[in-house]
Design a binder for this molecule. Structure first.
Ligand SMILES: [Zn+2]
Length: 232
């Protein structure tokens, strides 16, 4: 009888701790969805960047229709630009109609600043960056739970990212690394997630940028990067 009682107490305590453990945010999870498409979450807020795009747009990565179904309700969608391998009007309209949420990009860039009022421990800096065939391209620096995450998008130049200090994770296409090398630009980032075309291009990028050992090619759709947060 006594043993059962203690057992119950133990189980309850264990469950309580487990529940508390899960409800506190201890990490930011970033899932690769394809091209520059990422899903970022701290367990409370859900952010999609350059997703949903048009599956197979410009001949780049496709994704399964079920990816759209698995998008979380009331998410934040942030786009670097409107090329079809980054953005789909049809898909984003459908998702927002079904699940709510809000999309951000060149058309309402000023409104992005308001996110820091509604998203805890979050702020975003906006950089107008150059991209061929797009007059409205933006890169972003997200600061979330004191972690700095840079989203480069399609811009060809490392000039902007080269001005930012203490980045934790820089999501860049391989050509940013090559541009930085060629123009002697130092990028101050602990980690590099190389997205968009990483499959083909990463070996040459590494070869040409040998001093960077902290490069993670992001190739497989569904793969997850975890950023550990300090627990207080
Ligand atoms: Zn583009």
């Amino acid at each position: 009888m006594k043993r059962t009682f203690l057992g119950t107490i133990f189980t309850l305590t264990f469950c309580l701790f487990t529940t508390i453990g899960f409800s506190q945010s201890k990490e930011i999870k970033i899932e690769f969805l394809g091209n520059c498409g990422l899903y970022l979450t701290d367990g409370t807020t859900n952010i999609y960047t350059d997703f949903p795009y048009k599956s197979g747009g410009h001949g780049y990565m496709e994704f399964d229709e079920s990816e759209l179904d698995s998008i979380k309700e009331n998410s934040i969608f942030i786009f670097t630009h409107k090329h079809s391998d980054h953005y789909s009007d049809k898909n984003i309209k459908k998702v927002i109609k079904e699940k709510g949420g809000k999309k951000y990009g060149s058309w309402n860039i000023e409104e992005l600043k308001n996110l820091e009022k509604s998203v805890p421990n979050f702020s975003i800096q906006v950089f107008k960056t150059k991209h061929k065939w797009s007059s409205k391209h933006y890169s972003y620096l997200i600061t979330w739970h004191n972690k700095k995450i840079f989203l480069s998008g399609d811009t060809e130049s490392a000039e902007t990212i080269g001005t930012i200090k203490n980045i934790d994770w820089a999501f860049v296409p391989y050509w940013i690394l090559l541009d930085a090398k060629e123009n002697d630009i130092k990028i101050d980032s602990k980690m590099f997630g190389v997205y968009h075309l990483a499959t083909v291009q990463i070996p040459s990028a590494k070869e040409n940028y040998e001093e960077i050992e902290n490069i993670k090619p992001i190739i497989i759709q569904g793969e997850i990067i975890t950023i550990e947060l300090k627990t207080e």
